[in-house]
Design a protein around this ligand. Structure first.
Ligand SMILES: Cc1cc2nc3c(=O)[nH]c(=O)nc-3n(C[C@H](O)[C@H](O)[C@H](O)COP(=O)(O)OP(=O)(O)OC[C@H]3O[C@@H](n4cnc5c(N)ncnc54)[C@H](O)[C@@H]3O)c2cc1C
Length: 482
């Protein structure tokens, strides 16, 4: 098989003609995942189950065609971008809830189920799925597994790794296997743990067994208002240093508040320098006692006011502002480039000062909205990609911010993954031996280099700069593989 036409015909044979996309207008939405890099696949296939997925992977392996798994494409680090074209395997048709067991508090779902749909189904039984990315209305459980996703409510409860018990997986070799179990922590080597956070480089999750938790009996939500980002950052350390672990502890700066209010009208004070959204939960007495202590800590660090959500509608409004804040940035700039770095909480004040200084140095406005309790920063660099040289300047500023996080003893990603975007920075943290050992794990799952290529580990000669490849591919014509 040498042509794209033959590839499409073979995919149609496996998944049915309706479930294979190959026209340019259909492929366009699969070239992008929210970061600045784009690349169009040769074809997109939407398998119905593990068996069809395995046959597609085997077909691509035989033909040496690159494969890229994709959920909802909200990943933000280029993980779902088909860097070397080939076939995108999209999970949108595998979105069943196979089982929801309130007694054992587990559910088994398809990887294409949207995160929020799982919690909505579980809520009927007084349960919820803890990881709640701000993208939860769109992002998929399979994408959450691949990215080890977090969310505002993961501060106390832990990220996806802590809430997935088992996985049905089609490996990069095209074999169907189970990792983990459904009732307890696995014994033996934890390959489930290795798969979670592997960013679609080891295989495709085709079923996910998740742990569900009881909804808290009582919740108190506070909005603390500050004149400066520095005061808000100090408050984060003060609250956690006082021995509390709130259910959520989120920060938004002046620019983000402005954008959220312009777009969403959710009741944030438009002139504040920063706000913290703090949530305490548990039995009513404990939640209100902790809320009173958190309030005191806010005032001790200079808060000008602390509001308490009076009812579920007000709480929902405060969360609507936080969860849609990134999209609302569109009200103040045509493009944004969102970063994802982690720093020790105790370094928040100085790293945030460094982020502001980098913005000034490169002449760029930076909005900040992030999981402050986890030290997980999301500086959003605002720009207009139509301005000559703007994207390059933004990428340089982004690199400087990531360097500041690593210099502070932090990490390259809290939740969006390394993807294509940050593999070039991996050598700041890992030496050749580390990287080689990580690469060996790919071999165990049968990834010989064509399964989600150019992601996570610094690329070899086969993964040059995307722009160079795009030019070569364009020159080779639409019917060729390179
Ligand atoms: C506005 C906004 C807010 C966000 N907020 C958060 C947040 O609070 N917390 C957070 O963690 N993330 C957040 N994200 C990032 C993103 O939504 C998450 O990482 C999410 O888990 C990605 O899911 P997805 O279905 O969109 O995956 P995709 O973007 O489609 O894929 C992401 C990676 O997973 C791989 N993949 C997808 N499905 C599978 C599968 N079934 N098996 C194996 N590999 C697979 C892909 O190859 C790719 O490498 C946010 C994104 C946006 C746009």
């Amino acid at each position: 098989m040498t042509t794209r036409r033959e590839l499409v015909a073979a995919l149609q044979e496996i998944a049915g003609p309706r479930n294979v996309l190959w026209r340019r207008e259909d492929l366009l939405v699969y070239e992008f995942d929210g970061t600045v890099e784009t690349q169009m696949p040769d074809a997109v296939v939407l398998p119905a189950n593990a068996e069809e997925t395995a046959r597609v992977v085997q077909l691509c392996n035989r033909a040496r065609v690159p494969v890229t798994p994709r959920g909802a494409g909200t990943g933000l680090s280029g993980g779902a971008v088909p860097t070397r074209r080939g076939v995108v395997i999209a999970t949108a048709r595998m979105r069943e809830i196979f089982e929801l067991d309130p007694v054992n508090q587990v559910a088994m779902v398809g990887p294409g189920l949207a995160n929020i749909q799982l919690s909505e189904a579980a809520a009927v039984h007084g349960l919820f799925f803890a990881p709640d990315p701000s993208s939860q209305k769109a992002c998929t459980i399979g994408g959450n597994v691949a990215e080890n996703a977090g969310g505002p409510h993961c501060l106390a409860l832990g990220v996806t790794q802590n809430h997935v018990l088992g996985l049905e997986v089609v490996t990069a070799a095209g074999e169907i296997t189970w990792l983990g179990v459904r009732t307890q922590e696995p014994t033996g080597y934890d390959l489930r743990g290795a798969f979670i956070g592997s960013e679609g480089t080891l295989g495709i999750a085709t079923r996910v067994v998740v742990r569900l938790l009881p909804l808290p009996p009582s919740v108190v939500t506070l909005l603390a208002i500050f004149d400066s980002l520095e005061q808000a950052s100090e408050t984060v350390s003060a609250i956690i240093g006082a021995g509390m672990v709130p259910a959520a502890l989120e920060m938004m700066d002046r620019l983000t508040i402005k954008a959220a209010e312009a777009g969403l009208k959710c009741g944030y004070p438009p002139d504040a320098g920063a706000v913290l959204l703090i949530e305490l939960d548990g039995i009513a007495e404990l939640a209100s006692e902790q809320a009173a202590r958190a309030r005191e800590a806010c005032f001790a660090c200079g808060a000008t006011g602390v509001r308490v959500a009076r009812d579920p509608a007000e709480r929902a409004d405060l969360w609507r502002g936080r969860k849609h804040a990134i999209g609302a940035l569109g009200h103040i700039a045509p493009n944004y480039y969102i970063l994802d770095g982690v720093v020790p909480r105790s370094r928040l004040v100085d790293v945030m000062a460094r982020v502001t200084a980098i913005g000034a140095e490169y002449g760029l406005a930076i909005a900040n909205v992030f999981h402050a309790g986890d030290g997980n920063l999301h500086p959003c660099i605002l720009f207009d990609s139509r301005e000559p040289g703007a994207t390059e300047r933004v990428l340089k500023a982004g690199g400087a911010i990531m360097q500041a996080c690593v210099d502070a003893g932090g990490a390259l990603s809290g939740e969006h993954g390394i993807g294509y975007e940050k593999q070039r920075y991996m050598r700041w943290l890992y030496n050749d031996d580390d990287l080689e050992n990580m690469g060996r794990l790919r071999g165990v799952f049968g990834n010989a280099g064509d399964f989600n290529p150019c992601k996570v580990l610094p690329s070899g000669a086969g993964c040059g700069e995307l722009a160079r490849q795009q030019a070569a591919l364009r020159a080779a014509g639409p019917d060729a593989y390179v």
